[in-house]
Design a binder for this molecule. Structure first.
Ligand code: SAM
Length: 328
């Protein structure tokens, strides 16, 4: 079991496969993008698999592939197949913006991904183009429908709640959870990245989101299972889907944080809001043994902070990295 200095059980590794994205969401990436990593700076699949195996040996059981946009990384399906060969991994999932999902869903399913998170902040094509700076709403929607037809379950739709941008659509998402078996998860907007437009006027707390949702009808708690994340899960009576509220700002889940993040260039991040990163790529490419790399990982974990520093109305600082280079 992998324990940190505060006895938290770390069993979840989020792996960013690329820093590149085919969208430019206004709250995540500047229009011109961010400086791209060189190809040789990005971990190869061999390197990724080695670090994953080591992490699993230390106690990681759950893997999420993210990015940038993970579906633009070549041969992702082969990587997933290789990850599936690591016996101690109990769960592999993927977070995607869905732009390439319609064409890739079948091969992802066949490679062993059975559940998927799709980021979609609006159900309105015009608003979609405004938020993402691309006109791909129909493609994403088709990707979600295809994932449903194939049998992915659950299909989680991640919605970043943004005051003045998509707050008028909260009820539309609530209604969607009646009609479709999707888990709609509202995530509080986080001040991550040097300049992602975060300010308190854009922030919509989970409490406010829930209040709006409850104008449609009462929400009943849904019990989580072992590998569930920090979402507060609820559902409307008779609904096919669920509602989840994820509140990293208004209700820290630091005491139960079980996460580590690996960036595309091989840096281990022990807290999303920290600028403290540990380079695993350099020692690995310099020939470090497995035991040496494990020691580097353990040292990084010992520095996992007890709590992240972000408080509403008392913002001390942001993580300087753009979210697109971490993976959310
Ligand atoms: N491209 C993939 C996607 O769109 O799902 C994976 C990477 S993206 C960075 C992962 C998630 O982070 C997305 O759901 C995105 O909406 C979310 N995200 C990005 N910036 C955020 C922020 N400042 N606060 C909250 N969520 C954010």
């Amino acid at each position: 079991m992998l324990l940190d200095s505060y006895n938290r059980h770390l069993n979840y590794l989020r792996i960013s496969l690329t820093d590149r994205c085919n969208l430019r969401c206004v709250y995540c990436m500047p229009e011109q993008g961010v400086p791209k990593l060189f190809h040789e700076d990005i971990l190869t699949y061999e390197e990724l698999l080695r670090l994953t195996r080591l992490s699993v040996r230390l106690g990681i059981e759950k893997i999420r592939l993210t990015g940038g946009e993970p579906l633009i990384r070549k041969n992702i399906v082969d990587l997933i197949k290789d990850l599936r060969e690591i016996p101690a991994i109990r769960d592999i999932s993927l977070t995607t913006n869905g732009v390439l999902l319609a064409e890739k869903a079948r091969s992802l399913w066949e490679a062993g991904i059975k559940r998927i998170n799709i980021s979609l902040d609006t159900l309105n094509p015009q608003n979609y183009a405004r938020i993402t700076r691309f006109d791909y709403f129909d493609r994403v929607w088709e990707g979600i429908q295809e994932a449903e037809r194939i049998g992915f379950s659950p299909i989680k739709i991640n919605v970043v709640a943004l005051q003045g941008i998509n707050d008028a659509e909260i009820l539309a998402f609530g209604r969607l959870s009646y009609e479709k078996p999707y888990h709609i998860r509202f995530i509080e907007f986080m001040p991550v990245g040097a300049d992602n437009g975060w300010n308190t006027d854009r922030f919509l707390s989970s409490e406010e989101t829930q209040k709006q949702l409850e104008t449609l009808g009462p929400l009943f708690p849904v019990n989580g299972q072992g590998l569930d994340g920090p979402a507060k899960r609820m559902a409307y009576a008779g609904a096919r889907g669920e509602i989840g509220l994820i509140s990293p700002i208004s209700e820290h889940f630091c005491p139960s944080c079980n996460r580590l993040r690996l960036t595309a260039e091989g840096r281990l991040m022990v807290c999303l809001f920290s600028d403290n990163e540990t380079d695993l790529r350099t020692p690995m490419r310099q020939g470090a043994s497995d035991a040496e790399l494990e020691a580097v990982i353990q040292t990084a974990i010992a520095q996992k902070p007890k709590k992240h520093p972000v408080r509403l109305n008392a913002l001390q600082r942001k993580c300087q990295r753009q979210m697109s280079t971490i993976g959310g």
